[in-house]
Design a protein around this ligand. Sequence first.
Ligand SMILES: [Zn+2]
Length: 336
Amino acid sequence: MSQKTIQLVAFISFVSLILVGSQQYMAQAWGFWGHKRVNRMAVFTLPNEMMGFYKEHIEYLTEHAPDPDKRRYAVEGEAERHFIDVDHYGEYPFEMVPRKWDDAVAKYTEDTLRAYGIVPWHLEVMLARLTKAFKNRNSRRILQLSAEVGHYLGDAHVPLHTTVNYNGQLTNQKGIHGFWESRIPELYGENFDYWTGKATHISRVNDYVWQTVLDSHAALDSVLVFERELNERYPSDQKYCYETRGQQSLRMYCEAYTLDYATMLDGMVERRMRKAIVGVGSFWYTAWINAGQPDLTRLDEALFTEEDAKKREELNKAYEAGKANNSVKGRGNVHY
Ligand SMILES: [Zn+2]
């Protein structure tokens, strides 16, 4: 066993002791854990002029990272912002898909685009909104939009967010979505190296988001093929294990199976997560630069109102209720 494998094994036993109840493995992109970690670590990629403000609000940025996933249960039109099933349109590198929204609408219709996901275009919209919030020096909006753009960009880094076979349902690998993006990071993510280097200014945002989608999709083949190989050589009773979470007993991919898969992927989950972190920092930085580098030490205090608190409570309620009966608004319970 390699040093890294030994570390992983030691780590699993540690994590299995501290993991708290959650049945989210099959339910969200990067899991809530991953999204929170991406937003949190992105703060440390920022230049000094931004770091103070973002550090001051790091708990907010962390806690609100999963909000867009929760909103899928409450808001029509939310689900499609988290993915693009780009292989619906053709083959890699998908040159048939116009990169600009208006051209894509003209070619495929807006309904089709929304049906197969709009994450690259929504990221452009979010960057424009964040830029405006910086221009208006509206710290509350800056924080909300920073947390949310971090979520969507995180999603765009997940290979299974770029395919019609988003949960392995077309290749008899159902559950692989949560396996890759939740189970692996939640078991091993504490040991990942999150030192990613500094945020940079993105001058061509459309190119950047599309390159991110292409990179994610380029990794998809390995995501599927390795699991298929592993599945073939594993006795079926060693693939799934039952873990007790609170009152429930949940079927999960066994830890040994997860470790073998992570080893085959050779750090892929970590690499995509690192890329997401520096990407999120770069999005925040780009919006700030494009807004004329406002002095973040002189913003209004980020006052969150009672209305905000109420909305958040409603969101959490809608999320719990929606999760319980699997009712994502709009396009079924498909993407995360
Ligand atoms: Zn999502």
